[in-house]
Write a protein that binds this ligand. Structure first.
Ligand code: NAP
Length: 296
């Protein structure tokens, strides 16, 4: 079966987390995620709603903070500071992008690294770079789980990552090259020369560039594993919504060549929320003096 289903794998992880949450509750620990949304960006509203809904399904408490678009940097950082100090709150998530002139980097810096369930704080990014990850950012963590749980061994494999963002490309390459996972990683970006020559060498190709259907069949080696992180909306008059979602990979051309491939939607997307839940439960465990969760 060549399709790696993020839907199925994320459901499996959510089930595992649900029992973990029940267990924690029986010991008087109630994991809690604070979700901060600034402004009224429709896509962000949907993401936040989904995150809160997933919390609810797993028995995780979520507290929403919906702030006006004209919220100042100071007000936002004050709220983060209050949440840092609140012992009932185990994880803090601020939904990006922030509107207007609000500075995301300053917000990330303000979040206590122990509550940084998005794994974006330089402390957590640094730990990951050093091969001692604590909170791994959710999308790269999701990619890792997709590979592990679909029995794709990374040891000694050549992984080519398209994209070097702090959100996806950089952390996923740090993650897969660490001891134990042992991939040899090549990171490509918009200035990479002879990109096709690079991608054709990949045993595992991870596309995270935000360019609809950029990776074509001729760019992929026969038998490669292909993970498509891209989530792009393209206009489509034939679709009831007027647009369709697609990845960075031209699925119809690449799927016949790949030994395994993630679809869009239903691949990496659902994993990102599942790993946010994982990080929240993990934060609750660590903050209550229990050891970190161990992933299979
Ligand atoms: P980003 O911050 O815009 O970074 C894009 C990266 O791709 C940059 O490093 C850029 O290179 C590189 N790039 C752009 N064009 C390229 C080209 N033609 N050839 C090679 N590299 C190229 O994007 P991101 O936040 O990492 O997100 C990437 C994609 O993943 C987007 O579609 C996003 O929606 C999706 N995403 C999905 C999830 C999920 O949960 N499924 C989560 C996060 C992101 P430079 O550094 O040289 O500019």
């Amino acid at each position: 079966m060549p399709i790696i289903s993020g839907k199925e794998i994320s459901a499996q992880i959510r089930e595992e987390l649900k029992s973990e949450v029940e267990d924690l509750k029986s010991h008087g620990i109630h994991p809690c995620l604070a979700v901060v949304l600034v402004g009224k960006d429709p896509a962000s509203e949907i993401y936040v709603r989904n995150k809160k809904r997933t919390c609810e399904k797993l028995g995780i408490r979520s507290i929403g903070y919906d702030l006006n678009e004209d919220t100042t940097q100071e007000k936002l950082e004050d709220l983060i500071q209050t949440l840092n100090r609140d012992s009932q709150v185990n994880g803090i998530l601020c939904q990006f992008p922030l509107p207007g002139d609000l500075n995301e980097e300053y917000v990330i810096l303000k979040i206590a690294p122990d509550k940084d369930v998005d794994g974006l704080h330089p402390m957590n990014a640094g730990l990951l770079a050093m091969g001692r990850p604590k909170f791994i950012s959710c999308t790269p963590f999701g990619v890792l789980q997709l590979l592990k749980r679909s029995k794709c061994d990374t040891r000694g494999k050549h992984v080519v990552v398209l994209g070097r963002s702090n959100l996806v490309g950089r952390p996923v390459s740090a993650l897969l090259s660490q001891k134990g996972l042992d991939a040899t990683v090549t990171v490509c970006h918009s200035r990479t020369q002879n990109l096709k020559e690079m991608t054709k060498q990949a045993d595992i190709l991870i596309a995270a560039i935000g360019k609809p259907e950029f990776v074509t069949g001729d760019m992929v080696k026969e038998g490669a594993v292909v993970i498509d992180v891209g989530t792009n909306r393209v206009d489509d008059a034939n679709h009831p919504k007027g647009y369709r979602l697609c990845g960075d990979v031209l699925f119809a051309e690449v799927e016949p060549k790949a030994s395994k491939i993630t679809p869009v939607p239903g691949g990496v997307g659902p994993m990102t929320i599942a790993m946010l839940m994982y990080n929240t439960v993990n934060a609750a465990r660590i903050q209550n003096g229990l050891g970190p969760l161990t992933t299979s």
